[in-house]
Write a protein of this length. Structure first.
Length: 105
């Protein structure tokens, strides 16, 4: 199944001691790929885009996917919440990180 990843995403900063949030996207993508899924990962986009550009591209990716995979903390991201609601309207499969058996369609 083709999934797009969504969740809170922060650009990496030089002052941060934690890994950039994008690292969580890459880890989730690796797990889904190992399970045989195709992953559309917005973390692969260049860091130089504006937030509106990320949303435009992310929404286009979402419309090409069969499902959405929501990373932990997705509720804290305005963009991820918008993608979640669009996925519901499009009747895509919805999976939540940390919940193996929750699948909405």
């Amino acid at each position: 199944m083709e999934h797009i990843l969504t969740g809170p995403y922060n650009k990496p900063t030089n002052n941060s001691r934690r890994p950039p949030r994008g690292a969580y996207f890459y880890n989730a993508a690796r797990e889904l790929k190992q399970a045989g899924d195709t992953v559309l990962n917005p973390a692969t986009l260049p860091d130089s885009l504006f937030e509106a550009d990320y949303m435009r591209i992310g929404l286009a990716m979402l419309q090409c996917a069969q499902g959405i995979f929501l990373l932990e903390g997705w509720q804290d991201s305005e963009g991820a919440r918008a993608e979640f609601h669009l996925a519901r309207k499009l009747r895509l499969y919805i999976r939540f990180q940390g919940y193996e058996n929750v699948l909405l369609a």
